[in-house]
Structure formats: structure tokens, C-alpha cells
Design a protein around this ligand. Structure first.
Ligand SMILES: [Zn+2]
Length: 79
């Protein structure tokens, strides 16, 4: 018998993650400016899209996160 492995691709639901502005009265989100500070680890400069306050993160936002879609009931096996 051969060790045949079949790979399949399946659609994955993705979620965008973005930090909220820390200014109490602001409802905005931080967005990366493209500027990177040479630190270790590097710092990505962000500006709030509402009030314009500046803050740096270790991750460049908005970033994508993998979110597994819950299986539908028709795919479940009942015994
Ligand atoms: Zn803000």
C-alpha cells in the first residue's frame, strides 16, 4: 500500500482585529501609519482614526485572525 495523503482546501472565516482607542471619551480605533520604530521587538506607530492620538504596538493593526466556523448540525454524526 502507498502512503497517499490527500490535501484539501476549505474556506476559513477570518476576523479583523483592531485595538480601540484608550482615550476615555473616544470611540475610535488605532490604525497603523506605516512607520516602524527600530526597537526589539519592532514597534508599529498607530494613530486613532477619530481623535488622532498616537500609540505604538508590537503588532501592526488591523491584523487578521483565524476564526474556525462552527460545524453545522447536518455535518454531525449521531449514534
Ligand atoms: Zn481616539
Amino acid at each position: 500500500m502507498s502512503n497517499l495523503i490527500i490535501f484539501e482546501t476549505a474556506p476559513v472565516e477570518l476576523t479583523r482585529v483592531q485595538p480601540r482607542c484608550y482615550v476615555e471619551t473616544c470611540t475610535g480605533f488605532f490604525k497603523a501609519t506605516g512607520q516602524v520604530l527600530t526597537a526589539f521587538p519592532p514597534l508599529y506607530v498607530h494613530i486613532c482614526d477619530t481623535c488622532g492620538v498616537e500609540y505604538s504596538f508590537n503588532t501592526s493593526y488591523p491584523t487578521l485572525e483565524y476564526k474556525e466556523k462552527p460545524k453545522s448540525t447536518s455535518e454531525m454524526v449521531t449514534t
